[in-house]
Design a protein around this ligand. Structure first.
Ligand code: GDP
Ligand code: MN
Length: 399
C-alpha cells in the first residue's frame, strides 16, 4: 500500500524528523489560507504547492511549484487541480490531481537521498544514502553508482548509532549537522520496522544555508514516500486508515474486496485464471498466439461461483476487453462444479463478448459436458480442449 507525501510527512513528524509545516488542501481557496498559515508558522514568505498523487517525478512535470505570495499559491493550486499530471511514472494519460500539499518552502544548500528498504539478496534491511539527492535514485544508480552508500542493518539492532554517524560523515555533513542527519536516518529506520514498510524514502533530505538562527544550517525532510507491506496492515489500523481509494484503479479495489488478485494491462483479452503461475502461463500463451492480455486476474485456489462472478464483472467493466479466456485447473475443486459456477456467473453477468473456457483436472469430462450443454444459453461460449486450443480460439475471436 502507498500513501501520500502529506501523510508521510505526518509520520516523519510524529517520529521526530524535522519537516516544514504544511497541510493538505483540495481547493485553490484553501491553498491560499494554507499558504498564509504555513509561512507564518515557519517565518518565511516562501511556500511550496505540491500535487498529492501516488507517483513521483512531480517536480519535472511542473506539479511542485515554489510560490512567494498567497495569490501565487492560489494560482498554482488552481492550475494543478485543473491539469493532469504526466510524468515518467504515470503513463501518457496521466493522473487527475484532487489533493495538494501546501507547505512552507525552504532555501536549499544541498539535496540528499536517504531511504530504508529490504534487500532480498542479503536478506537485511538496508539504508541507502546519497549526496546526489533530488534526482531519482535509479538515475544515480545508472550514471554514478559510486555515489550510493548502502549500509545493511542488523536484524535485531537495526541502524546503530555509529553506522548512522559514519554515513552522515560520508554524505559530507559536518559539525552539528552530523547528529541531525544521523537522527533522521535512525528515526527513518525505526519507522520502517515499526510500521512494516517496504520502502521509507526521503528525497530530498535537505541542508539549508546558514542563517543567524541556524549558523550551521538545518537538516529537513521536504519529501516523503512510504510503501507498506499489505500483509502487515492488519496490525497497523493507523496506517490502513491512510488508504486513499481515489488513487487506486476501481477494478483493483473491487478485486481486493473479494480476495482476487487483479492487475489491469494494456491488451484486449480478459483472463480469468486460478493460481498465479497459471495466470502467467496464460498470458504467455496468449502472446504466443499473437494476442494481448487485458489483465492478470487470479481467482485463487477455490474458484467459487461468487469469486468467478465478481471476476467476470471486473473484467467486463474494462471496455477494452473484446474476449475472455478462462483457464482453470480443478484440483481441490472439481471441474464440474467450476463449470457450473462459470455458467451461472456468465449468465448472471450477461456475456456479449466471446468467452473461451479451458478446464483441466478432476472430473474434467463432466465439466466439459456441462459447458457444451450450456452453449445454447450462452451463445458466445466456446469450450477448448487444451491451453493451446483456448489461446488460438480467443485470439481468433478478438482478431
Ligand atoms: P518529486 O519530484 O515528485 O520527487 O517532488 P519533490 O518533493 O522531491 O520536489 C522536487 C524538487 O523540487 C526537489 O528536489 C527540490 O529541488 C524542489 N523543491 C521542493 N520543495 C522545495 C522547497 O521548499 N524549496 C526549494 N528551493 N526547492 C524545493
Ligand atoms: Mn522527491
Amino acid at each position: 500500500m502507498k500513501i501520500h507525501e502529506y501523510q508521510g510527512r505526518q509520520l516523519l513528524e510524529g517520529a521526530g524528523v524535522p519537516v516544514p509545516p504544511g497541510r493538505m488542501v483540495t481547493s485553490a481557496a484553501q491553498a491560499r489560507a494554507a499558504y498564509e498559515q504555513a509561512t507564518r508558522e515557519a517565518g518565511t514568505s516562501l511556500g511550496v504547492v505540491k500535487a498529492q498523487v501516488h507517483a513521483g517525478g512531480r517536480g519535472k512535470a511542473g506539479f511542485v511549484k515554489l510560490v512567494r505570495s498567497a495569490k501565487e499559491a492560489e494560482d498554482a493550486a488552481a492550475w494543478m487541480l485543473s491539469n493532469r499530471l504526466v510524468s515518467a511514472q504515470t503513463g501518457p494519460e496521466g493522473l487527475d490531481v484532487s489533493k495538494l500539499l501546501v507547505a512552507a518552502g525552504v532555501d536549499i544548500a544541498h539535496e540528499y537521498y536517504v531511504a530504508i528498504t529490504t534487500d532480498r539478496a542479503t536478506r537485511r534491511n538496508v539504508l541507502i544514502a546519497s549526496a546526489e539527492g533530488g534526482v531519482e535514485i535509479e538515475q544515480v544508480a545508472r550514471d554514478n553508482p559510486g555515489a550510493i552508500i548502502k549500509t545493511p542493518l542488523h536484524p535485531l539492532m537495526g541502524l546503530q548509532a555509529h553506522q548512522a554517524r559514519r554515513v552522515a560523515f560520508e554524505l559530507g555533513f559536518t559539525g552539528k549537522q552530523v547528529s541531525q542527519a544521523a537522527k533522521v536516518m535512525t528515526k527513518l529506520a525505526e519507522l520502517y520496522v515499526a510500521k512494516d514498510c517496504s520502502l521509507a524514502e526521503i528525497n530530498p533530505l535537505v541542508l539549508t544555508p546558514p542563517t543567524e538562527k541556524h549558523p550551521e544550517g538545518q537538516v529537513l525532510a521536504i519529501d516523503a514516500k512510504f510503501n507498506f507491506d499489505d500483509n502487515g496492515l492488519f496490525r497497523h489500523a493507523d496506517v490502513a486508515g491512510l488508504f486513499d481509494p481515489a488513487e487506486e484503479d476501481a477494478g483493483e479495489i473491487k478485486a481486493k474486496e473479494f480476495g482476487l488478485s487483479y492487475i489491469p494491462l494494456e491488451g484486449n483479452i480478459g483472463c480469468l485464471v486460478n493460481g498465479a503461475g497459471l495466470a502467467m502461463a496464460t498470458m504467455d500463451i496468449i502472446k504466443l498466439h499473437g494476442g494481448e492480455p487485458a489483465n492478470f486476474l487470479d481467482v485463487g485456489g477455490s474458484a467459487s461461483e461468487e469469486a468467478v462472478t465478481e471476476a467476470f464483472k471486473i473484467i467486463l467493466a474494462d471496455s477494452a476487453v473484446k474476449g475472455v479466456m478462462v483457464n482453470i485447473f480443478g484440483g481441490i475443486m472439481r471441474c464440474d462444479i467450476i463449470a457450473q459456477g462459470i455458467v451461472n456467473a456468465a449468465k448472471s453477468v450477461g456475456f456479449k463478448v466471446p468467452l473461451v473456457v479451458r478446464l483441466e483436472g478432476t472430473n474434467v469430462e463432466a465439466g466439459r459436458r456441462l459447458l457444451e450443454r450450456a452453449a445454447g444459453d450462452l451463445p458466445t461460449l466456446q469450450a477448448a480442449t487444451d491451453l493451446g486450443d483456448a489461446a488460438a480460439k480467443v485470439c481468433k475471436a478478438v482478431a
